[in-house]
Design a protein around this ligand. Structure first.
Ligand code: SF4
Ligand code: SF4
Ligand code: SF4
Length: 203
């Protein structure tokens, strides 16, 4: 009972009531570097998944198949508004006014590639990663179930008792190899580089 009286008395303090009812906060101003949540443009999504691959925030964007069309969906609760998906989409499907404004002014663009790494201490040389990789199978349809291949064009293969990475530049970053590896030895890392077109900036 005493604590209720205490709280009521505290709540009814005149200076507190004045602040509660009459103080106005300054209107919020969006800082110039702020990037909005990505939104859709009219361009058609081809389902390349680049936006999903480049997104650093878990579960912030998903490319879904709806009514025979691909549709990127941004989840605001997870999106950190970095704008990488907007920059990376080769089709211009996503937009965020401020990201594009900035990119236009500075003539910048993001470049990305993928880096594959096998932790030798965990790898069992089962070859699952090589077999699961859709690009590997496309390049060498005769790839053995053990991950060995006679083709030098594959992304990776099992050779000499280890996984050999030959062409990581062909990797699309789908991460199938990573999810299919039974021992967590395979890692697919996104490498993001900011590129500035000096000719356009200088002119
Ligand atoms: S990067 Fe662009 S084209 Fe590719 S899936 Fe995402 S929105 Fe679609
Ligand atoms: S990420 Fe996808 S394309 Fe790249 S090596 Fe792994 S399975 Fe192949
Ligand atoms: S799937 Fe994993 S354990 Fe098997 S060969 Fe590839 S990296 Fe090694």
């Amino acid at each position: 009972m005493r604590s209720i009286v205490y709280y009521v008395r505290e709540f009814l303090r005149p200076e507190w009531l004045k602040k509660f009812f009459f103080v106005k906060t300054a209107p919020l101003v969006t800082p110039p570097y702020f990037k909005g949540y990505p939104t859709r443009t009219e361009k058609e999504c081809t389902g390349c998944f680049t936006c999903m691959m480049i997104c650093p925030a878990p579960d912030a964007i998903a490319v879904l198949r709806r009514k025979e069309q691909w549709e990127p969906e941004v989840y605001p609760g997870h999106c950190i508004r970095c704008g990488l998906c907007v920059e990376a989409c080769p089709e211009g499907v996503l937009s965020s006014g401020r990201v594009l404004e900035l990119a236009g002014r500075d003539a910048t663009a993001f470049w990305h590639s993928y880096h594959l790494e096998v932790d030798e201490s965990l790898c069992m040389r089962c070859g699952n990663c090589c077999v699961a990789c859709p690009i590997n199978r496309q390049i060498d349809p005769r790839l053995a179930a053990t991950g060995t291949s006679t083709s030098d064009d594959v992304i990776m293969r099992v050779k000499g008792g280890r996984v050999q990475i030959l062409h990581e530049e062909k990797c699309t970053g789908c991460k199938t190899c990573e999810t299919q590896c039974p021992s967590g030895a395979m890692r697919v890392a996104r490498m993001v580089e900011g590129v500035q077109f000096l000719d356009e900036v200088g002119s």
